[in-house]
Design a protein around this ligand. Structure first.
Ligand code: SAM
Length: 413
């Protein structure tokens, strides 16, 4: 019967019951069984299946609405930087379209609004949609009254700027509220936000962790559909490897957990791939290069091209969920072309995906031995160490990642 309950939760909201644990599921169902005067689990499941209202009540007691203002502040800092430096110059007109999915009680979309308003983004061009499956959470978002817990770690100066104190709580001003449109919906509904490429940036944070792999893939496909081709998607700290395994490309901004769409990334890489494939053509070309390329270096270049294409194939296999084949291909490429940071990084991601965190860490270390500045390996190993309880090691790696980013962006001091 427990299985029938878990199947129901997966069906209605994508929940992988093991992600919150059996006791939490049991407690939630007990609450609903008491409220409906049903003492038999089978009878309750039957009732819930037949009643949309009861299904919603079940969702309300099972969701984890945990959220707070400026959660992972680097994400908001990046949103602001990206809006000004990348989006505005390319879009002299029209709204910046943002989505908070899921938005829970509103702290996330309101933080997006406050961050951009504070940075001087034109208020009339700000358009934020915020979606959640929980009616209760959305009702709270609409009230926009928040207690101390919603401000953990955030800057009191910003709170005082945008909220009216209404002890023991704070009421968000209408001037911020008006920029966010809330909507109740299920990410897995067949008619979920119809259309394509509607958003320039999407925050989809701390929900993917509650889904199993198949459901996560479905969620990522939804994000792919909704995100503009040059858009940015933000996920939670534990959700980054999922995005990488789908070919999303990490934006170099430590602790922002932000990604660009795979298509854009592939397009950006294309010219390089063509250059690598060119040497053989050049041999038969009638145009004589001003400085002839030595044959040995052309051979090395074409080897590198072959290795790089092999690794692209391995990424595609991992993307399709064919992890064993992807790992085998990586191992083969290492044997054929010698060790490469990218190959070890991919093997590490596959091991992490399989739950073998120790092997994942070892492979990230191999990647970093080969390329101490491999940004993604630094970030991922840092997060992995954090998960494994090595906070000091994690800090060191994340700081190194920050240095790599500053150096790449030319902001090194
Ligand atoms: C932990 S909160 C995350 C809130 C915010 N994104 C953040 O990171 O602070 C998770 C939210 O996901 C929502 N949720 C769970 N399953 C959902 C689904 N299938 N569709 C839409 N929202 C969902 C829950 O109602 C809950 O409010």
């Amino acid at each position: 019967m427990q299985q029938a309950l878990e199947a129901l939760l997966k069906e209605v909201m994508g929940l992988d019951a093991s992600s919150i644990g059996a006791p939490a599921v049991e407690r939630a169902v007990q609450v609903r069984m008491q409220a409906t005067n049903l003492s038999d689990l089978g009878a309750y499941i039957e009732f819930a299946r037949a009643s949309e209202a009861e299904l919603q009540q079940l969702i309300e007691v099972i969701v984890v609405p945990e959220t707070w203002f400026w959660r992972d502040p680097q994400a908001f800092a990046l949103l602001s930087r990206w809006a000004f430096e990348s989006w505005l110059p390319k879009n002299p007109q029209g709204p910046l379209r943002l989505l908070s999915l899921p938005c829970s009680t509103g702290e996330e979309p309101y933080s997006m609004a406050m961050t951009l308003l504070e940075a001087g983004f034109p208020a009339g061009r700000l358009s934020i949609d915020a979606v959640d499956i929980s009616e209760r959470a959305l009702a709270s978002a609409a009230r926009a009254i928040y207690g101390r817990n919603s401000f953990r770690g955030s800057d009191p100066a910003l709170r005082d700027l945008y909220f009216d104190a209404a002890a023991p709580a704070w009421h968000l001003r209408e001037s911020v509220q008006k920029h966010v449109r809330f909507q109740q919906s299920n990410l897995f509904a067949h008619d979920f936000l119809p259309g394509a490429e509607r958003y320039d940036a999407i925050f989809c944070r701390n929900v993917l962790i509650y889904f199993d792999r198949e459901t996560q893939d479905h969620a990522v496909a939804v994000l792919q559909r909704l995100l503009a081709s040059e858009g940015v998607v933000f996920v939670g700290p534990s959700e980054t490897s999922l995005m990488l395994s789908h070919g999303f490309v990490a934006i170099k901004a430590p602790l922002a957990f932000a990604f660009r769409k795979p298509d854009t990334a592939a397009a950006a890489k294309k010219p390089a791939a063509r250059v690598l494939a060119l040497p053989r053509l050049r041999l038969t070309s009638s145009r004589i290069p001003l400085t002839p390329t030595p044959l040995a270096s052309m051979h090395a270049e074409s080897q590198a091209g072959e290795q790089s294409r092999g690794l692209d194939d391995a990424v595609a296999l991992a993307d399709a969920g064919r992890f064993a084949e992807a790992a085998t291909l990586c191992a083969k490429l290492v044997k054929q072309f010698g060790p490469a940071a990218r190959a070890f990084r991919l093997i590490a991601m596959i091991r992490a995906e399989a739950g073998d965190l120790v092997a994942a860490a070892a492979n990230y270390r191999s990647a970093l031995y080969l390329d101490p500045n491999d940004y993604e390996a630094l970030i991922h190993l840092g997060l992995l160490l954090e998960k494994l309880g090595n906070a000091t090691g994690a800090k060191v790696l994340l700081r190194r990642a920050q240095r790599v980013e500053s150096r790449d962006n030319g902001t090194d001091s």
